[in-house]
Design a protein. Structure first.
Length: 364
């Protein structure tokens, strides 16, 4: 029992103090309150604790109230810092690198995030925006989120002319958020331009068994190469130039073989190189009209192409024709042509993702 009376208290005062002291009755209740809040924490009081700690804002991001109280109080201590941004993203299963703008930018408080991976689902975008907006400093603003497709705006020097930003960062917007989102995926495939394929395309030339000019079987109109070239090299040059001159589309179909759309691509003669312009399956290739060994079919879908569908197969269509407005890169009205090579895939198209397709075909 704690006595608060002075040292010269009379026996009567001491007796009154002892008889009316509330500690024995109140201390167990006080200890029980502490036990309830920090040890036992029955489910019934959790909503009240969330309200007491001011963590209601985190309810959309942490459904488990026990985790919300434990992790939310830690987050609240660092709210307004980079750590709070990292902790907040962790609530919804992501992490990111924060990229602050240079101090000389007019919009010096607009920062970007490079996520640890492409968003798992388009529905994750609004929660990412929401939790980061609650976590970052009040003076800051989340401007852009990206992963694997980052094309920044160009900035030129510090002159009056160069202070302008030319172009814009890659990305697109979604409803309910003023953040720009920019994601990219990469899909590499390989194959062979066989005799059957080249015959269908009208580009087959038999393999030359002799290096003599008289034994070559080339149409005169295609003989644009030097006569001194080896026969096999001239053959590959002729095939490659003919294939590359054709219009090429990549055709996407779903699991029921229903058309999703066509994306305009390019046919590029290439050969292996240590440091080439292209990387396919981690190997380098460079453009080569003089000594091509492969044809690279390249295309990249646009933001929103095929959104809401899932491609189950990609095939190559040469010399398909369109009915109107030929400038459109993504369309569903391509007809005719020669279709070769089908590759099974599982590509879930979205509003914020561009899918790069590379198909490397060896000239047989």
């Amino acid at each position: 029992m704690n006595i608060l009376l002075p040292s010269n208290a009379t026996p009567v005062e001491l007796a009154l103090e002892g008889g009316s002291a509330p500690e024995e009755k109140l201390t167990p209740s006080i200890d029980q309150i502490t036990l309830l809040k920090h040890i036992t924490r029955p489910a019934g009081i959790l909503p009240f604790l969330v309200d007491e700690y001011g963590l209601d804002l985190l309810l959309p991001y942490l459904s488990n109230l026990y985790n919300l109280i434990d992790e939310g109080r830690q987050w609240a201590r660092y709210r307004g810092t980079h750590k709070a941004v990292h902790d907040g993203l962790g609530f919804i299963g992501y992490s990111a690198t924060i990229i602050d703008p240079p101090i000389w930018r007019n919009a010096w408080a607009d920062f970007q995030l490079e996520l640890d991976r492409i968003r798992d689902d388009e529905n994750d975008l609004i929660p990412i925006d929401g939790i980061v907006s609650l976590s970052h400093p009040v003076r800051s603003n989340l401007r852009r989120v990206f992963k694997d497709y980052d094309v920044p705006a160009g900035t030129f020097a510090y002159t009056r002319h160069g202070n302008a930003i030319w172009g814009d960062d890659s990305g697109t917007y979604v409803d309910g958020s003023d953040v720009k989102w920019s994601f990219g995926r990469y899909h590499d495939f390989t194959g062979t331009l066989s005799e059957t394929d080249l015959t269908a395309l009208g580009e087959w030339i038999p393999v030359v068994s002799s290096s003599k000019w008289v034994d070559m079987n080339f149409p005169w109109v295609t003989a644009t190469f030097p006569w001194a070239n080896p026969a096999e090299l001239s053959r590959r040059q002729t095939i490659a130039s003919g294939v590359a001159a054709k219009t090429v589309w990549l055709k996407f179909t779903d699991g029921s073989s229903e058309l999703i759309g066509y994306r305009l691509g390019k046919s590029i003669p290439v050969r292996a190189a240590v440091e080439g312009e292209f990387t396919v399956n981690d190997l380098g290739y460079s453009c080569s009209d003089d000594d091509p060994t492969h044809i690279l079919i390249f295309a990249r879908t646009g933001f929103g192409d095929g959104s809401g569908t899932t491609a189950a197969q990609i095939s190559i269509l040469f010399d398909g024709t369109v009915s109107a407005k030929p400038g459109r890169l993504w369309r569903a009205d391509v007809t005719g042509g020669v279709e070769i090579h089908a590759y099974p895939v599982s590509i879930e198209f979205g509003e914020t993702v561009r899918d790069q397709i590379q198909i490397l075909l060896e000239i047989s």
